[in-house]
Design a protein. Structure first.
Length: 640
């Protein structure tokens, strides 16, 4: 009996030991499993948590490269600004902190919260930019309340300074804070929330050159956020600078010439394609876009009927009006439909079928040849020529000038314009081309559309007698020390294949427009340089009430294209004054002022005379002989 009980006790002990062994083994297995999970599977997570507890990253923003004109005049540089940042790992109560910032700094609570959410996906020790370009008063408030604002820091960042205010604003563009869409887009992997980048113009097109590379310091801090040591440091790299083809002196004169009028002007070197002036008027202040735009200023921009935010030189598409007669005339000469002696009798209108097409001069121009038709802008001459040519021959000539497609000037969103053909209308509207539709096309109306860039390219090609150069805006890229990195040269897009003799016939007519009695462009005349050009007006609406004053938005656009000197062309210019009505009185004077600025810029600076002026001295002997004085201007020109 005792033996059986003893055996049972031994057996029970073994069972308990076995169970205990299983329990202990299970515990050790779980410990090993947990250890494997901590040291193998989750090592990266815990390493990051550890780093977050002791590291802080202080970014150092790189300065953007400068933008200069062709002579080295700085148009855009940098100035320091302050940003409000927060390190998330040092904030225990986000809502309490944001409420405190809202009260102290008068900031928008919703905007602060939105920026926090936007940047929280990064490492906790990396600062989040809550507000950019804050005032010095706000900086002082943050410093005074530093102990009440855990994790809040003030960062210094360079922002753009536009030395000349609104000068060339549409060309230069502006910078703004990177958007969420841009952050997730290809090519912006190195950007962070709160960074600034170019939004349009040169700032956008040359962003990769201008931006530079940010630097920063990685610091070790204690539990109270005090810096213990610098772990690593990288220095920012200043962005490269962009040297433009623009001459700031000519740009300034061009913008001043417009005054309060809306429109665009482009000036270009006829032998290279370098753009010398690029104007869209009215302009805007690009500095306002770097921070928070004042609501009243934004509303003023939006309500302005002149559309100051639109880059008219790049995206404006206008009927070229009588400036397009240059293309029609060359098409007629090339096709053998006319020569210099071909005449048309203009009695003030032209009848085609049941339609009557009026000339701007209701009394007519009488017997008119090619030169006179250009000088006085006779519509009837070109109505008849256009009918004989047909729309496709006119379009073919325009295509030789590379019209109807973007010129590739190097800015985003350049428009293509429109050169209509019979095939185009059939595809676009499903209707065949009507014979009478060619008549308005021959004088640059109807479906024809051109941009200011295309207009200046067209007249430059006439000036150099057949070479179509691509307009370009950047001469070179230089580093921070001014060392050239890339040079840009002229690019010949194509040639028209038209003989020099035919160009000379048209150029003689363009010379007469500015310099002979009855010419419509006398207001572009210079005293010491021969100018050649063509005026134009383009309709905004087909029908107007002649008994009442025409509202501003329904008035015709005024145009002028020209080049100088006539004998050896250097510069071409195209001017469009929106709703200016008459090219001869509204656009030609602006073109003349641009040309005047160009030739004045080439003169050596005047030296002070060494001797005293005597009573008999009344002037100098070295003034150039002026061209023939103006003897008559066609004041009643309604079309030009």
């Amino acid at each position: 009996m005792k033996e059986q009980r003893f055996i049972r006790e031994i057996s029970e002990s073994k069972r308990r030991i076995l169970i205990l062994s299983f329990v202990v083994g299970g515990i050790f297995f779980l410990l090993l499993l947990r250890l494997w999970h901590l040291q193998i599977l989750s090592v990266d997570d815990y390493r990051n948590m550890s780093e977050n507890n002791r590291l802080r990253f202080v970014p150092v923003a790189a300065s953007r490269g400068a933008i200069m004109d062709r002579n080295g005049t700085v148009l855009v540089s940098n100035q320091p600004s302050f940003s409000l940042a927060v390190v998330p790992q040092e904030v225990e109560n986000k809502d309490e902190l944001l409420d405190r910032l809202t009260t102290l700094l008068g900031m928008d609570r919703a905007e602060l919260s939105e920026r926090w959410e936007k940047g929280k996906g990064r490492a906790k020790y990396y600062p989040i930019i809550l507000a950019s370009n804050i005032s010095r008063d706000q900086v002082e408030i943050v410093e005074e309340n530093h102990l009440r604002l855990p994790g809040v820091e003030i960062e210094m960042k360079p922002v753009r300074e536009y030395a000349s205010g609104v000068l060339a604003a549409h060309l230069l563009g502006y910078i703004g804070e990177i958007s969420e869409d841009e952050l997730s887009a290809k090519g912006f992997e190195e950007y962070n929330p709160g960074d600034y980048l170019g939004k349009n113009g040169i700032e956008r097109s040359w962003e990769k050159e201008l931006h530079g590379n940010d630097g920063g310091r990685q610091l070790e801090v204690d539990a109270r956020g005090r810096v213990l040591r610098t772990i690593s440091e990288s220095y920012p790299t200043v962005g490269n600078s962009v040297v433009l083809t623009i001459d700031a002196r000519i740009q300034k004169q061009a913008e001043m010439a417009f005054g309060d009028q809306a429109g665009a002007a482009v000036a270009m070197d006829v032998n290279t394609g370098e753009v010398l002036a690029f104007v869209s008027n009215p302009g805007f202040d690009p500095a306002l876009f770097s921070g928070k735009m004042p609501a009243d200023v934004w509303k003023e921009y939006l309500d302005d009927k002149r559309h100051p935010l639109e880059n008219k030189a790049l995206t404006g598409q206008y009927p070229p009006g009588s400036t397009f007669k240059v293309i029609t005339a060359l098409a007629g000469l090339e096709d053998g439909k006319i020569d210099e002696n071909t005449t048309v009798n203009c009695n003030g209108s032209y009848e085609l079928g049941t339609s009557t097409f009026k000339c701007w001069n209701k009394h007519g121009h009488g017997v008119t040849n090619l030169k006179k038709s250009l000088r006085e802008s006779c519509d009837v001459y070109f109505y008849q020529l256009g009918e004989r040519l047909g729309v496709d021959r006119i379009a073919a000539m325009a295509k030789r000038f590379m019209l109807g497609s973007p010129m590739g000037i190097g800015l985003a969103h350049e428009k293509a314009g429109l050169i209509p053909t019979a095939e185009w209308k059939l595809k676009r509207f499903g209707k065949r081309w009507l014979h009478g539709e060619t008549v308005p096309v021959s004088i640059g109306q109807g479906y024809v559309l051109m941009t200011p860039i295309q207009l200046v390219s067209m007249i430059a090609t006439v000036a150099n007698e057949g070479n179509v150069y691509r307009p370009y805006l950047v001469k070179r890229i230089v580093d921070a020390d001014g060392k050239p990195l890339r040079e840009f040269k002229s690019e010949l897009m194509g040639t028209t294949g038209i003989s020099a003799d035919k160009f000379k016939l048209v150029k003689q007519g363009l010379f007469a427009v500015v310099n002979e009695p009855g010419g419509t462009g006398a207001a572009a005349r210079l005293s010491d340089v021969h100018v050649a050009g063509k005026t134009g007006s383009s309709q905004v609406v087909k029908l107007r009430d002649s008994k009442q004053a025409t509202p501003y938005q329904y008035r015709d656009h005024a145009l002028f294209v020209g080049f100088a000197p006539y004998e050896k062309p250097e510069i071409a210019v195209a001017v469009i004054v929106e709703h200016g009505e008459h090219g001869g009185s509204a656009a030609a004077p602006i073109a003349g002022r641009i040309l005047r600025a160009w030739f004045d810029s080439k003169k050596p600076p005047k030296k002070e005379p060494v001797r005293l002026k005597s009573k008999g001295d009344e002037g100098t002997d070295d003034e150039p002989e002026p061209p023939a004085k103006q003897q008559g201007v066609n004041e009643e020109k309604a079309d030009d």
